[in-house]
Design a protein around this ligand. Structure first.
Ligand SMILES: Cc1ncc(COP(=O)(O)O)c(C=O)c1O
Length: 404
């Protein structure tokens, strides 16, 4: 169903007015209302099609309305909506098993978002530190990292942790430069509970952390007894070409967090541990009403099936190479960063990323500008070569238009 152009404009204006009146103004929105989509195509209220190179912030990694995820959700929603975590529920238990067996081999705690997954990791790192006699545990994080918006996750996000606006923030977070192995090694000491980092920083504009930093982080944790925590909320679920990004890196963490694409479009997060962590958190020490509900858990199981499929992961490598090749050499492109289908396009001096994203949208390609000099591309992992080529050509046209 589509609405004529004038009517769609009027409808957008009504939405704008209602939001301005009723919603907290926390988001800057592009002037489009998407009303439908499948695979790597999104449709606006006028019926116009867009190539999706963003996957709703790496949520719809198997494409919008993936039929297998839709079927899993519909089937479970019709069969049974759940009875709380006070009773057994097969989908949640299977999901925990799948997560653990596909990664670190320890335990899983299910939750509903990336920030909550990180809160769980922070709680368990602190709890373990207290058990080791550390009264004031510290967590070492990297500058420019992003771990979420709840208070502890925010305190771990040095760039947004505004004490003047939200203080007092939970203490005990120490940030070091993301490219200084010596500073990282020096920051890890007797009171360190954990080193927490994204193997590729997403919100910062897709900045892979150098192998040397990861190796130093692992060694510092081994030396001090601290936990190495990888925030794989954005890098996980196949995004970089392996199910979890650490699987292609030089070291293995002790704890990993996931969310975004894990729920196949529904809100699911998880904190997963290695056996060294033991049970993690004990009876009554953590919990969440919605966590592991059967509908969300079934969606996550379907998403894991699709995104761990070797054919999907092979598509990530092939399409990722095409994406980079399709943008390399454009005069407005100064750098291409990332891995698989997580690509940061560093723009040449004077080329404004917000203007490029707006021009791309006008051309029918959805991309993201996480800062003024970067375009971030996170297409569905199932995108077909033809759709990707069309998306690249629309983005290139936007670069031409903005760079002149
Ligand atoms: C690496 C990383 N960690 C945590 C989060 C927070 O996830 P959520 O918005 O689901 O709380 C994000 C969200 O962008 C993220 O990219």
């Amino acid at each position: 169903m589509s609405t004529p152009a004038g009517a769609a404009e009027a409808r957008l204006e009504l939405l704008r007015e209602a939001e301005a009146r009723y919603a907290m103004p926390t988001y800057r929105r592009a002037p489009v209302e998407f009303v439908g989509g499948e695979a790597a195509t999104l449709r606006d209220a006028e019926g116009r099609s867009y190539v999706d190179l963003f996957s709703g912030l790496s949520v719809h990694n198997a494409g919008n309305c993936n039929p297998r995820i839709v079927a899993a959700i519909a089937e479970q929603a019709a069969a049974f909506g759940g009875a709380s975590n006070l009773f057994y529920s097969e989908p949640a238990i299977l999901l925990g098993e799948r997560l653990v067996e596909s990664s670190l081999g320890g335990r899983a705690f299910l939750c509903n978002s990336g920030a909550e997954a990180n809160e769980c990791a922070i709680k368990l790192a602190r709890r373990r530190a207290h058990a080791r006699g550390i009264d004031r545990p510290e967590i070492v994080v990297l500058d420019h990292g992003f771990h979420g918006r709840t208070l502890a996750a925010l305190a771990a996000t040095s760039r947004l942790a505004r004490e003047d606006l939200f203080g007092p923030l939970p203490p005990g977070f120490v940030a070091v430069p993301r490219d200084d192995p010596a500073a990282l090694a020096a920051a890890v000491g007797e009171s360190t509970a954990a080193v927490m980092l994204e193997p590729i920083q997403g919100e910062a504009g897709v900045h892979p952390i150098a192998d040397e930093m990861l190796i130093v982080a692992r060694a510092a944790c081994d030396r001090s007894g601290a936990l190495l925590v990888y925030d794989e909320v954005q890098t996980g679920m196949g995004r970089t070409g392996t199910l979890w990004a650490y699987q292609a890196g030089p070291v293995t963490p002790d704890v990993m967090t996931s969310a975004k694409a894990l729920g196949g479009g529904l809100p699911v997060g998880a904190c997963v541990t290695a056996p060294v962590v033991g049970e993690g958190l004990g009876l009554g020490e953590h919990g969440s009403t919605f966590a592991g509900g059967p509908v969300c858990a079934r969606a996550a199981l379907a998403a894991l099936d699709l995104l761990s499929d070797p054919a999907t992961l092979a598509n990530v490598a092939e399409r990722g190479a095409e994406l980079e090749a399709g943008l390399a050499g454009h005069a407005a492109v100064a750098a291409l960063r990332g891995r698989g289908l997580m690509v940061g396009v560093g723009l040449a001096a004077g080329v404004d990323a917000t203007a490029v994203a707006a021009a791309a949208l006008a051309n029918g390609a959805v991309v993201n500008a996480p800062n003024e000099s970067t375009i971030r591309l996170l297409p569905p992992l199932t995108i077909e070569a033809g759709d990707l080529a069309e998306g690249i050509s629309r983005l290139r046209a936007a670069l031409d238009a903005v760079a002149g």
